[in-house]
Ligand binder design. Structure first.
Ligand code: SAH
Length: 342
């Protein structure tokens, strides 16, 4: 069955035309799918019952059903566990900021990257999400909370560059004027550093923010934390990032999770400052979250402060990330679906 919510409007109208439907019907179906985010044809009340029944036989609306929801008592952050059409589970996190609601979405069920500190990699890789399933996380959160999501971060489970085509399709759909219409400038895509993906994204010329999970200034430390570094080395990665920033005029955000005694020395800070000199960069220091399997622990607040000062004194643009949802395991790298497939 055809995954109808992953279709662009022209694909949808061509498909429905072959099905015998006029253009204005395609527009109605599109609006139900993209704007309202319905999960069944039965909800499309301006279509006749017989039409709804025949669409139901031809197409599948891949949506996200709320399996479980946890709300943080500290800051109201909501963590969702969503069930997919095939019984797989993914997680998303909804955060409230002064400027609106931001949703952290997953791009894959599991992940192939196996970073030492991340909970997602522990369960291995299951499958890619389709564009509809990435979109579906936004629809489900909006419909559940009766709110509008204004910002999206692709920082949930999975590596976006390892599911490139579906992620690009999702970005175009979510940005569509007749869809959710979320501006590219309100979207951040985070990668562990897959260089061919960064180069391809540069060609798309999208105004989104590229985040790169750097976490170490050199190969020796980074390869211990992130297996992907064995293939794509730090200097090569930073070079691709510089080219990206120059070509798009968009500042890159470098994520740097701080692990005590591993990547948090003064020397690491100086090396990082030197390597990011002369490029459009923002460094985001993240107090690491404990993932029990790894044995890694967060740096102390004093160490993070000192690291931050060294970068500032060198003239780099740096902030320390505030952690949300600490009481519901919603923080960075703690997403893991503990649910067994039904
Ligand atoms: N695969 C993408 C996006 C998902 S991870 C990427 O690697 O960027 C989102 C962010 O959380 C990444 O920066 C990741 O390195 C970070 N992260 C993972 N585990 C973490 C942990 N235990 N503590 C702090 N940050 C973590």
């Amino acid at each position: 069955m055809t995954d109808i919510k992953s279709m662009y409007f022209d694909e949808l109208s061509a498909s429905l035309k072959a099905f015998g439907l006029p253009a204005f019907r395609a527009k109605q179906v599109w609006q139900w799918l993209q704007q309202k985010g319905v999960s069944s044809f039965a909800e499309m009340t301006n279509l006749s019952k017989s039409l709804r029944d025949s669409l139901e036989k031809e197409y599948i609306i891949k949506s996200c059903e709320v399996e479980k929801k946890s709300v943080s008592a500290l800051d109201g952050t909501v963590k969702y566990l969503f069930r997919l059409f095939d019984g797989e589970f993914i997680e998303s996190v909804l955060m409230k900021y002064k400027y609106g609601y931001s949703l952290c979405v997953s791009t894959q069920v599991g992940c192939r990257m196996n970073c030492a500190f991340c909970a997602t990699g522990v369960g291995g890789f299951i499958r890619n999400l389709s564009a509809a399933e990435i979109l579906g996380q936004i629809h489900a959160a909006q419909n559940d909370m009766n709110i509008k999501v204004s910002h999206i971060v692709l920082m949930g489970m999975g590596e976006p560059m390892d599911n490139y085509d579906n992620v690009i399709r999702f970005l175009r759909l979510v940005n569509n004027d007749d869809g959710l219409n979320i501006g590219m400038r309100n979207i951040s895509l985070s990668t562990c550093g897959i260089i061919p993906g960064i180069k391809k994204l540069q060609e798309e010329n999208m105004q989104l923010t590229l985040s790169v999970s750097l976490h170490a200034p050199n190969d020796e430390i980074r390869s211990r934390l992130m297996p992907v570094n064995k293939k794509y080395k730090v200097d090569e990665l930073l070079n691709a990032c510089k080219v990206y920033a120059d070509s798009t005029s968009r500042r890159i955000s470098y994520e740097y999770a701080m692990f005590g005694g591993v990547n948090d020395s003064d020397e690491c800070a100086r090396e990082l400052a030197a390597k990011l000199k002369g490029t459009l960069a923002h460094i985001n220091l993240i107090p690491a979250n404990d993932v029990t399997e790894s044995g890694l622990r967060s740096s102390t607040p004093e160490r993070i402060q000192r690291f931050c000062e060294i970068l500032e004194q060198a003239g780099r643009n740096v902030t320390v990330r505030r952690s949300l949802g600490g009481d519901i395991d919603a923080s960075c790298g703690q997403l893991r679906s503990k649910h067994i497939k039904a």
